[in-house]
Write a protein that binds this ligand. Structure first.
Ligand code: NAP
Length: 329
């Protein structure tokens, strides 16, 4: 099969190459999926770039196939898999428990059956791929970690990326008042998605504004958490959700740790966004897509041969919505 294999850690365009490799075989409880589309997310650029260097101790670069989001059809079933048949359209994730063997920047991948759900016919493979990690993370934030609803005021910092564009739409669908913070080129986009107010972070610092929010989903952590807390209403909840799109990975991890510590010290209510796959959570995202309440924002679709450029685009932290890779029919 064709797959994009990593040679070493480094800039995506220097270390990723398209090659022919063996098709994986599904083991017991696993499913071989013929991929139609996947998407590029934060874990992919981190694993390709290998920054900070300490991460290189825990993951091998040579020969690795990255990518975690799955949209495709069942090609073969391992022993003991029930409830799925060859030819079924599915989507899901290799992130976490599903990451056995090679990833999704390839024509085929294998995952555990428990990491897949049926793909509704009305959702294209491209939209399904875009909705996995970004949709799951946004749903985990604005439904599970902080249940938005009528009367709640939510601020989304980093509103124009994959996670933010899903979070705006899900929170608006649930009746929340949404303030979206993004760069000047994306103000129109976030308003089109339903944001009640859009703040250009190059002109206005939301932490020094008088407005207060019941929850802040912080996809950037470009402000020290204790400053972001100032924009919380009494009893408000801070949702730190960024490792490294502003100031580097170590700085991002340090700010995430500081937010958690300040939360434990009682300075604010701080909740982790656990965007891991569960079938129920992906089904909830799928239901929102099916009814048209949420539409994935896709910045660009790349063919598998241009995966390196797709990962470089993600690494720029300037994607408008999601980046998808299509494998063709
Ligand atoms: N909890 C989980 O399971 C989980 C899973 C996946 C991702 N994440 C986290 O979610 C966050 C968002 O990911 P993403 O996929 O949506 O895309 P991303 O590329 O990491 O973030 C894009 C957003 O960040 C903004 N941004 C980038 N640099 C900025 C800066 N210096 N100052 C202010 N804003 C800046 C962009 O604004 P403009 O382009 O408009 O300027 C855009 O709105 C990431 O930090 C990632 O670590 C968490």
């Amino acid at each position: 099969m064709k797959a994009v294999v990593q040679d070493r850690f480094g800039p995506p365009e220097q270390v990723l190459r398209l090659t022919d490799t063996d098709r994986p075989e599904p083991g017991p409880g696993e499913v071989l999926v013929r991929l139609r589309a996947t998407s590029v997310n934060t874990p992919d650029w981190i694993a390709v770039a290998g920054v900070p260097y300490v991460l290189r101790l825990s993951t091998r670069a040579k020969g690795a196939i990255r990518g975690t989001d799955i949209a495709g059809t069942v090609e073969a079933l391992g022993d003991g898999v029930t409830g799925l048949a060859v030819g079924d359209a599915v989507f899901g994730s290799k992130w976490g428990k599903g990451f056995t063997g090679a990833g999704t920047f390839a024509e085929y991948t294998v995952t555990t059956a428990a990491q897949l759900i049926p793909k509704p016919e009305s959702i294209s493979f491209t939209d399904a791929a875009a909705a996995v990690m970004s949709g799951l993370t946004a749903h985990a934030a604005v439904v599970d970690a902080f249940p938005t609803g009528p009367g709640t005021r939510l601020l989304v910092n980093g509103a124009s990326g994959g996670v933010g564009t899903f979070a705006i739409q899900i929170a608006k669908h649930r009746g929340a008042h949404v303030t979206a913070v993004c760069g000047p080129g994306n103000l129109d986009l976030v308003k089109e998605l339903g944001a009640d107010r859009a703040i250009d972070y190059t002109a206005t610092d939301f932490t020094t504004e008088p407005d207060r929010y019941d929850a802040i989903l912080d996809n950037v952590l470009n402000h020290p958490p204790r400053r972001a807390f100032r924009a919380l209403a009494p009893g408000g909840v801070y949702l730190p959700n960024s490792i490294g799109n502003s100031g580097g990975l170590l700085a991002g991890l340090a700010k995430m740790a500081s937010a958690t510590l300040l939360g434990a010290m009682g300075r604010a209510t701080v909740r982790t966004v656990d965007g891991n796959f569960t079938p129920e959570r992906l089904a909830a995202v799928a239901a929102l897509l099916e009814t048209g309440a949420v539409t994935p924002v896709i910045d660009r679709v790349y063919p598998l041969e241009e995966t390196a450029a797709a990962v470089a685009h993600m690494y720029s932290h300037r994607a408008r919505g999601n980046i998808v890779i299509e494998m063709g029919d």
